[in-house]
Design a protein around this ligand. Structure first.
Ligand code: MN
Length: 257
């Protein structure tokens, strides 16, 4: 197919740039911290099996331990109670994992107010300027939060009232889930919901409505500032973990230059 040949030539020749939207994974990669009495995920960890030594003279390898929802990761519908019979990560159709993406940039607003919430009016104003949200595509919500990803405390931005990170209002989450045909929502924060979303009604509306509608989530993205508002294509395949509610994922964007 000449389309695929053109794609490969474009990547080789530089007319298509591949932008990595993924946070590197190590023990310091920020993870969600839920208050008592809730269970929590473990940090990412490497455990050495051998490194060109007695345990394996010619080879180096590790076991890894990680949560499904560690670092840049994919949320499957079954992650939330509103989709308890929904898809797990292994059941997501491969063709849905390569999709167009648009970037809604609210970094300035989030810098001024860490509790900034995206509203329906923001989305419709964006659509007036750039056209409709892509059918079967990702809405990538840029808040500039990726600059904090080197530090767990800065990233979670918690005080005595809990975490303060930007997100999406209840009404807007419902709108994106029920009134748009996006495949999912991608964010730069630790989860798709705002830091204060534990106190919303319903709590965690992005998880509740979007996963409940069979849509997906992508978290802890970076480099969204290197993507155009429209026209990028995102590749975001989770591991096919049978029964998995989520999976770490390498997220790549193809951008025409
Ligand atoms: Mn998650």
């Amino acid at each position: 197919m000449s389309v695929l040949r053109d794609l490969v030539e474009g990547i080789k020749g530089g007319s298509i740039e591949v932008v990595d939207l993924t946070a590197p994974l190590d023990e310091s990669t920020p993870i969600l911290m839920l208050p008592e009495p809730f269970g929590n995920t473990v940090p990412f960890k490497l455990e050495e099996i051998s490194r060109y030594d007695d345990r394996g003279p010619g080879w180096y390898w590790n076991n890894i331990s990680t949560g499904e929802h560690t670092g840049t990761h994919f949320d499957a519908p079954v992650h939330w109670v509103t989709a308890r019979d929904g898809e797990d990560v292994s059941q997501v159709a491969p063709a849905k994992l390569l999709a167009p993406a648009v970037v809604l940039d609210f970094a300035a607003q989030a810098a001024a107010d860490p509790d900034f919430l995206l509203e329906i009016s923001h989305v419709t104003a964006w659509e007036q300027e750039h056209g409709p949200l892509p059918e079967g595509g990702w809405l990538l919500y840029r808040t500039g939060w990726d600059v904090r990803a080197h530090d767990q405390a800065e990233f979670l931005n918690a005080n005595e009232t809990g975490p303060h990170t930007p997100g999406i209002s209840v009404e807007c989450a419902r709108y994106l889930a029920e009134e748009t045909s996006i495949v999912g929502l991608g964010v730069e924060t630790v989860g798709t919901d705002a830091g204060t979303a534990h106190s919303f009604d319903p709590a965690f509306p992005c998880h509740s409505f979007l996963l409940g509608a069979g849509k997906y989530g992508l978290t802890q993205l970076r480099n969204l500032d290197r993507l155009p508002a429209t026209g990028a294509v995102v590749v975001a395949p989770p591991l096919p973990i049978i029964g998995g509610s989520g999976s770490p994922v390498r997220v790549l964007a193809l951008v025409e230059r």
